[in-house]
Design a protein around this ligand. Structure first.
Ligand code: UN1
Length: 509
């Protein structure tokens, strides 16, 4: 609804948005204050942000422990009811959050709507899992004269560190998983997107979540993240972001005194799509562009390298170029925009540096003109380039750059193995009308999510469990049936009932 979007944008623009440490439900003064601006227009000030201090973190840990036991003992079904209230409250504010996502993260309206819905889906799906998996102990069969039961419980206080590319959906998804499993949460939003996170936290508190169970601890750079992961009082870390940061967190956790805690990481991808000559051209073009330049290529699931068979490569390249020419890059709040800005100047400069490299040793096929967008915000010209080797990319390029490698089908195995050797394993696409081709590619390239004859982005919660392996993360997959298990600890209770006259009710288990 265009008018509702417009009204919500105007409302967000006149509001004084504020983000800072939210501990025990109250916004603290924080430290190191700064102004947040919009990636689509750097002259637009969105609000004031401050970072959490060490004292904020200590207090959040203490309050989390204070409230967690009772929350855990409530049981899965009661926690599910609370999570559903949070989902309903968020859904009722859809337009407002779409406006916030557009302004703070540069999301197009379509992407914004999809993101708010995904956040609600995470809350509701994990509510369902909490009901199914945390309703009480399950009985396991053992020797006669003994009862054996297994129960899932919350671990304690979980740290959730989320990325700017899904500042509401992944932010909420991590929190929902940790809460569903019976934990309290310390949420560290990405430094580029604290405002939408602060709004979500305030909404969740007002919708009935005990504020001690969810603290917001924003920070720029590494100080807050490091203080959280090094804290002896934490019981687990869930992280989505870059592979290098995941290594750093892993090292911090290994060195930390206190409990040995689980680390759930969802990191980058170096995602390829393999096309053969039987694939349907129009379908390939649509799916490639959606996967590579949709959301300005700022998804870890996004397509980075298209492997086009030499006999149809020219035809595909021409089609991709024509279709990208027809796409609209511009203000993400304009309903006709297909591609918005990238997140910040650092991201834009890294992408530009990559294009400079491509100009030197690859072939630029097309760069979409930016016109007068260039000076306004952090817009980057979507680019298609042909690369000279199947493993030209060493790591992911996080933006709207599509690399095309022209391969000889006789070399498929060698080409695919070169990609696989980079060590990532997130998404993989195949376009073919031959089943055996898809199966062969799947055997050669590791990937947590394989997509055949469709785009490789937009995993649906509860339907397409999402997450990778190798350099791409640890699992368990977000939005899948096992998502909560690493957020929980298991307790097995075995009772010799023969010793008590054979009555299991004595222990009231
Ligand atoms: C990410 O980009 O950090 O399937 C992960 C998708 C999304 C990707 C989220 N779930 O496109």
């Amino acid at each position: 609804d265009r008018e509702a979007h417009q009204r919500a944008l105007e409302a967000v623009d006149v509001e004084r948005l504020v983000a800072g440490p939210i501990v025990g439900g109250a916004l603290g003064a924080g430290v190191e204050p700064y102004e947040a601006t919009s990636p689509s227009d750097r002259s637009r000030v969105l609000g004031q942000v401050s970072e959490a201090s060490k004292a904020d973190i200590d207090r959040a840990v203490a309050l989390g422990h204070e409230a967690q036991g009772e929350w855990d003992r409530l049981g899965g079904p009661m926690r599910a009811a609370v999570l559903r209230r949070l989902a309903d409250a968020l859904e009722a504010q859809l337009d407002r959050f779409v406006a916030l996502l557009s302004r703070e993260a540069g999301k197009t309206l379509n992407d914004g709507v999809a993101e708010v819905r995904e956040a609600c889906d995470f809350l509701r799906y994990y509510a369902l899992l909490a009901e199914q998996q945390f309703a009480g102990p399950i009985t396991l069969k053992g020797p006669v004269g003994e009862t054996n039961q297994l129960e899932l419980r919350g671990r304690g206080v979980f740290v959730c560190i989320s990325p700017w590319n899904f500042p509401l959906a992944i932010f909420t998804g991590q929190i929902a998983a940790a809460l569903a499993a019976g934990n309290a949460v310390l949420a560290k939003p990405a430094e580029q997107t604290p405002l939408v996170a602060a709004e979500a936290v305030r909404l969740f508190h007002s919708a009935g979540l005990d504020p001690r169970l969810l603290a917001l601890l924003p920070g720029r750079g590494e100080t807050v993240g490091a203080a959280l992961t090094e804290h002896p009082g934490i019981d687990g870390v869930a992280f989505t972001g870059g592979t290098e940061t995941a290594w750093r967190i892993n090292r911090a956790l290994a060195a930390k005194p206190g409990p040995i805690v689980p680390f759930i990481a969802e990191t980058g991808g170096l995602n390829g799509m393999f096309v053969d000559t039987t694939a349907l051209r129009e379908q390939v073009i649509d799916d490639v562009l959606l996967s590579a330049v949709g959301s300005a290529g700022q998804r870890c699931s996004a397509l980075r390298v298209l492997y086009a068979p030499k006999d149809s490569a020219d035809m595909l390249i021409e089609g991709l170029k024509g279709a990208l020419e027809a796409m609209v890059i511009g203000d993400p709040a304009d309903p006709s925009t297909d591609i918005g800005p990238v997140i910040d100047a650092e991201a834009r400069e890294a992408l530009e540096a990559h294009v400079t490299r491509l100009e030197g040793d690859a072939r630029i096929i097309y760069r979409k003109p930016l016109g007068d967008l260039a000076g306004r915000g952090d817009f980057f010209a979507p680019t298609i380039a042909e690369v000279p080797s199947p493993d030209y990319l060493e790591r992911e390029t996080f933006g709207p750059i599509l690399h095309v490698y022209r391969y000889d089908p006789a070399d498929l195995e060698a080409v695919a193995k070169k990609l696989a050797a980079r060590g990532y394993g997130l998404t993989l696409g195949v376009h073919s009308r031959i089943d055996a081709f898809a199966r062969e590619v799947m055997e050669l390239v590791p990937a947590g999510n394989v997509y055949v004859n469709r785009s490789i982005i937009g995993a649906v919660v509860g339907v397409q469990p999402f997450g990778g392996e190798g350099l791409s993360g640890t699992g368990p997959k977000a939005g899948g049936p096992h998502a909560l298990l690493r957020y929980a600890s298991e307790r097995a209770v075995s009772v010799n009932i023969a010793a008590q006259g054979g009555d299991p009710a004595l222990l009231n288990l």
